[in-house]
Design a protein around this ligand. Structure first.
Ligand code: NAP
Length: 530
């Protein structure tokens, strides 16, 4: 497919003007087809005006139309064929097998939200019928349902070009809810964004939904992103990326004359606690799984286990030796782009200067600079060093991690209490360990979005029970997930109707109700009509 570099505004292709850029293949450092450019303020305004104009047509379209749109989108993504995988592979250096799996996840998410819409219960309709003869005052008919909030601006991350990008969960669940979307295309994989944008328009057209429901604008640098967040028609922002970028845009959203919800999914160090009996029984096996997890996607996962914590002793020593031996076997691999690779080198270079932090093991092969490669690096230290050096408790994006020795259980618990908000934490232990370390679990419940027993946070299952988020700074709002069906709740708000005649109510609140959908009627959950 020819890559034009055009912005897509409500289905119209707009040639880039002003500053231009090309995608650079990280594995070869060569530019790729397509000259992209920074969108102007006028482009942002046109896209958001079109989104606002399309809002009613999208939100008032039948559930069946919106569900069919999502399923059609999954088909259109697949129809892009190998060309999509090849372009994403060239732009990100992610292996074809990983990209094939991630495309499946993106398509699965489309189908998952189609199913959610058809089921209907997600809208949390609640009905309290009138009691006209109640004494001393009559009770009015009061009904409540979740309705879409309006145009949503989406920023995808560089590390998931399909599942957290132009057609990722943020876009898909906003459109499912009935919210038009304007995406800020990621400058590291703009050609992939362009191909996926065509798939979205094909699906909108086939299902008779307005092209204004979707736009993709590019821009390198912060200007266009800030403009989109500030635009008065933007009603919410979904951001996946670095803490620095997320925090900057969160502050912009809060400083608007009308502050809007900003859902930022950012990074964390995802601590892993290795408990004594497990260390005694299977230190080597755990070290193997740990180094695999650290190197998944060249360490470019927000759930990367960047800190391991265990009690000093032979078990932890064996774990460190095992991890160092495994790290040596890891071949350096290309990172997503040069900026991320340089940040990784700079971040671990700072670590090398910290007293009390030692390199335990690293890839035995040297990385190739021109291929944007990063080696695996495993460090060791003690809790006090981690506690005294803030930079060690912040994400360095890439295949590095620190194994931390605690002198006592109390020290381990103190470290856990001092943690900032995290996306995940993992505990490796026996069930007896888990009983003994119940206070650790109680502490982690206050710190993280997901706690994993005998596993790692990498690899996320998009399902109704998933929670991918956590207290700040892991995410900007700890109540919401960006993955799984509950992600839709970021883009809806409750609207209450009092005294309305049945025919004037939204379908979800009519007496007949959507067939099979669960609603709370007079305080009781039921799928029966009123
Ligand atoms: P990033 O550099 O923060 O970029 C994300 C997007 O935000 C890009 O489009 C970027 O555009 C824009 N942006 C960043 N800072 C901005 C600012 N100050 N003003 C306006 N726009 C700004 O992140 P990334 O390198 O793509 O992704 C890696 C990061 O994402 C890691 O930290 C990783 O942990 C995190 N991540 C989190 C999750 C999660 O679910 N929590 C999932 C995946 C990745 P420009 O490049 O043009 O500035």
């Amino acid at each position: 497919m020819n890559i034009t570099g055009n912005h897509f505004i409500a289905g119209r292709e707009v040639a880039p003007q002003g500053n231009t850029f090309q995608a650079i293949a990280p594995a070869t450092s060569q530019p790729l087809e397509g000259v992209f450019g920074d969108a102007s303020h006028a482009d942002a305004d046109t896209a958001l005006q079109a989104a606002d104009d399309a809002f009613d047509a999208l939100r008032l379209a039948s559930v069946e139309t919106r569900a069919t749109f999502l399923e059609t989108l999954a088909d259109e993504i697949l129809a892009l064929g190998d060309a999509l995988l090849e372009r994403a592979h060239a732009e990100t250096a992610l292996p074809m097998a990983r990209l094939t799996g991630e495309r499946g996840r993106a398509m699965g998410q489309c189908k998952m939200f189609a199913g959610l819409l058809r089921d209907g219960s997600w809208a949390q309709a609640s009905i309290d019928r009138a009691i006209p003869d109640r004494q001393p005052l009559p009770k009015p008919d009061v009904r409540k349902v979740l309705l879409p909030i309006g145009p949503v601006v989406v920023f995808g991350a560089s590390n998931f070009p399909f599942a957290i990008g132009v057609v990722g969960t943020d876009t898909v669940c906003a459109l499912a809810a009935g919210c038009p979307v304007v995406v800020k295309g990621h400058p590291a994989h703009p050609g992939t964004c362009e191909m996926l944008a065509r798939a979205v328009y094909a699906a909108l057209e086939k299902t008779g939904l307005p092209a204004g429901a979707f736009s993709v604008l590019y821009g390198k640098g912060n200007d266009i992103g800030v403009t989109l967040v500030k635009h008065p028609l933007t009603q919410a922002v979904a951001f996946t990326g670095s803490l620095r970028g997320g925090r900057a845009l969160m502050d912009v959203a809060a400083a608007r004359p009308q502050p809007i919800p900003f859902y930022g999914e950012m990074g964390s160090v995802n601590p892993v606690f290795v408990l004594p009996r497990a260390l005694e029984q299977r230190a080597g096996k755990m070290a193997e799984g740990y180094v695999q997890s650290v190197n998944m996607g060249v360490g470019q996962f927000c759930t990367n286990p960047a800190v391991v914590v265990g009690l000093a002793g032979d078990g932890l020593k064996a774990f460190v030796e095992g991890a160092a031996a495994e790290a040596a076997k890891v071949s350096p691999a290309s990172m997503l782009h040069r900026g991320i690779c340089e940040a990784y080198e700079a971040g671990t270079a700072v670590w090398h200067t910290i007293d009390g932090l030692k390199l335990a093991g690293e890839s035995s092969t040297a990385p190739q600079q021109e291929a944007t490669q990063a080696p695996c690096r495993i460090f060791t230290t003690t809790v006090d060093v981690l506690e005294n050096n803030e930079e060690l408790r912040r994400e360095v994006f890439g295949p590095c991690s620190i194994v931390t020795e605690c002198a006592s259980v109390e020290e381990m618990l103190r470290f856990a209490r001092g943690l900032e908000g995290q996306l995940t934490a993992a505990i490796h232990g026996t069930e007896e360990d888990l009983r003994e370390f119940a206070p650790l679990v109680r502490i982690l419940e206050r710190k993280v979005g997901r706690i994993i027993f005998n596993g790692f946070g990498t690899g996320i299952e998009p399902c109704p029970s998933m929670h991918h988020g956590g207290p700040y700074p892991a995410a900007s709002h700890s109540f919401f997930t960006s993955i799984g069906t509950s992600a839709i709740y970021r883009f809806v708000r409750p609207v209450c109707y009092q005294g309305f005649p049945d025919e004037a109510l939204p379908d979800a609140l009519k007496n007949s109700g959507p067939a099979g959908a669960f609603r709370v009627v007079d305080g009781k959950l039921t799928s029966a009509a009123v």
